[in-house]
Design a binder for this molecule. Structure first.
Ligand SMILES: [Mg+2]
Length: 176
């Protein structure tokens, strides 16, 4: 629990460094928030998260930034059971967990309709480069994670979001 607090504090510190922040942060599940494919597990199992996941989620909550899930898991029932067991279900304003042939573009359409947040105000983490490419093209700042969502990936995401924001808004005139 102490570790969670430490990660949360560090994540909050990072959030404090940026003048522009995403309104919504979207996470994949398998190999992004947790270190397994839930289709290979049983509902009876006790799941665990990657070490930094919970602290980062708590920091977002504290900062008033919404979180959502975009997962192509073929076993949404197992995924939802695990979210409940981990007591993090309530942390997500939108949970899109369903399999499709697309690279999560339909997940993001649904998230957009549900939340009203524009794509360029979203930040997305996933371990699959095809999803990263597909969702980037919609205008979402998307970050490939290699060992789940870490504080390092989080910082990279906030930095890239800020850069993308300035690149799109800062053309011509710049406010200080
Ligand atoms: Mg994944």
């Amino acid at each position: 629990m102490e570790e969670v607090q430490k990660v949360k504090d560090e994540a909050l510190q990072m959030l404090g460094l940026f003048q522009v922040l995403p309104r919504l942060v979207v996470f994949d599940l398998d190999y992004t928030l947790w270190p397994f494919y839930c289709e290979c597990r049983s509902k009876r199992d006790t799941p665990s998260l990657f070490p930094h996941s919970r602290g980062i989620l708590h920091a977002l909550k504290d900062k008033g930034i919404d979180a959502a899930i975009a997962s192509k898991s073929p076993t949404p029932d197992i995924a939802k059971t695990f979210l409940d067991k981990l007591s993090i279900t309530s942390m997500f304003v939108s949970q899109e967990i369903f399999y499709t042939g697309t690279h999560k573009t339909d997940h993001f359409q649904k998230i957009h309709v549900k939340t009203g947040v524009p794509f360029n105000s979203m930040l997305f983490f996933d371990d699959d480069n095809n999803n990263i490419r597909g969702v980037s093209e919609m205008g979402v700042t998307s970050i490939l994670v290699r060992k789940g969502v870490t504080l390092g990936a989080f910082r990279e995401g906030l930095t890239k979001f800020y850069q993308n924001w300035n690149a799109s808004k800062g053309k011509g005139k710049r406010h200080t």
